[in-house]
Design a protein around this ligand. Structure first.
Ligand code: NAD
Length: 316
């Protein structure tokens, strides 16, 4: 089996590449090593595979990619490349739109031209925005996004519907809920806070600390992505990949202090525009369609993240 993984050098993408190669897939990763965070970290994510005959890395921007750059015969495209992050999208809405919407359209065109029949798309819990009906269900059409990033993910889901309808490409949008674990993006709270705590710097708490997130461990997410790659019952689905357990911001900080063995020096600051007060996934559809069951306890996942952070720092 052969997969094309966009954003394959990133946090989620590189874990998927590991998993697919371990299962005997042939994998082409496309990534432009964008400077949103240190590209050295992304190169390290892939270093174990760079010489593998089953692995190909194409360093390219998805917006410039043409079907002729690719050898074809992919069984599936997993499209993870994006400008990620809610807050920076408010500073650069046009850039986010260009990569996340036009870039997704380009990848769908490539799927059409190459005749790839299965397309998995990284959507986001942020599409629900300030929808108060928690836990969020995919059949609740009340999407109330409050950031440009979130709106680009809604657009990606809609583009997928068009291609699924017109060209019979099976399109599965996975709404990820705050993914954490080894290699997590450094802009995300767990990673950012861990570094601040270890350096003895102040940890900014935006708002009163009451915001809540449905944190999902990377291995559980990868299991869900893998199952979505095999799913073949219907042509278009949107599926939450969350954990169905929300954790308060201060609760997260306390748990992080526990695994790091250090106290955090908190600094309370005003709420940030674009940040939603809570995320909470109903995962019954993922269970029903994919047999997905998140298994990792938050403290266990945090411990594995902390171990990785330590080993990453030791190698630097
Ligand atoms: P990441 O930034 O680690 O990975 C994204 C990768 O895409 C990076 O390696 C980057 O270099 C690459 N990329 C960016 N723009 C590109 C372009 N124009 N052409 C080619 N490559 C490009 O982020 P991640 O956390 O692994 O997220 C993967 C996907 O999941 C993204 O689509 C993100 O929006 C989505 N998502 C992530 C989370 C999360 O909690 N991590 C939550 C919801 C959705």
């Amino acid at each position: 089996m052969r997969a094309l993984v966009t954003g394959g050098a990133g946090f989620i993408g590189s874990h998927l590449v590991d998993r697919l190669l371990a299962e005997g897939w042939s994998v082409t990763a496309v990534d432009n090593f964008d400077p949103f965070y240190d590209p050295k970290m992304k190169r390290r994510n892939l270093e174990a595979h760079i010489d593998s005959e089953w692995f190909e890395l194409i360093e390219a921007d998805i917006r410039d990619l043409e079907s002729s750059d690719l050898t074809g015969n992919y069984d599936v495209i997993v499209h993870l490349a994006a400008k990620a992050g809610v807050r920076p999208s408010i500073q650069d809405p046009v850039g986010y739109q260009d990569v996340n919407v036009r870039g997704t359209q380009k990848m769908l065109e490539i799927a059409r031209v190459l005749g790839v029949r299965h397309f998995v798309f990284a959507s986001s819990s942020s599409v629900y925005g300030v929808n108060p009906n928690v836990p969020w269900r995919e059949d609740d059409c009340v999407l109330l996004p409050i950031s440009p990033y979130a709106a680009t993910k809604v657009a990606g889901e809609l583009l997928g519907h068009v291609y699924s309808h017109l060209y019979g490409i099976r399109f599965i949008a996975l709404r990820f809920f705050t993914v954490y674990g080894p290699r997590q993006r450094p802009d995300l709270a767990i990673h950012r806070f861990a570094r601040l705590i270890l350096n003895g710097e102040k940890v900014p708490i935006y708002g009163d600390g009451s915001s809540r997130r449905d944190y999902t461990y990377i291995d559980d997410v990868i299991e869900g992505v893998r199952r979505a790659m095999d799913y073949s019952t219907t042509q278009y689905e949107i599926i939450n990949l969350g954990n169905n357990r929300t954790i308060g911001l201060l609760e997260m900080v306390r748990a992080l202090e526990g695994v790091l063995g250090r106290k955090a020096d908190l600094e309370f600051l005003p709420e940030q525009p674009g940040d939603v007060p809570q995320t909470w996934a109903d995962v019954s559809k993922a269970e029903r369609l994919l047999g997905y069951t998140p298994r990792t306890k938050f403290e266990d996942g945090l411990r594995r993240f902390a171990e990785w952070l330590q080993s990453y720092a030791d190698q630097a």
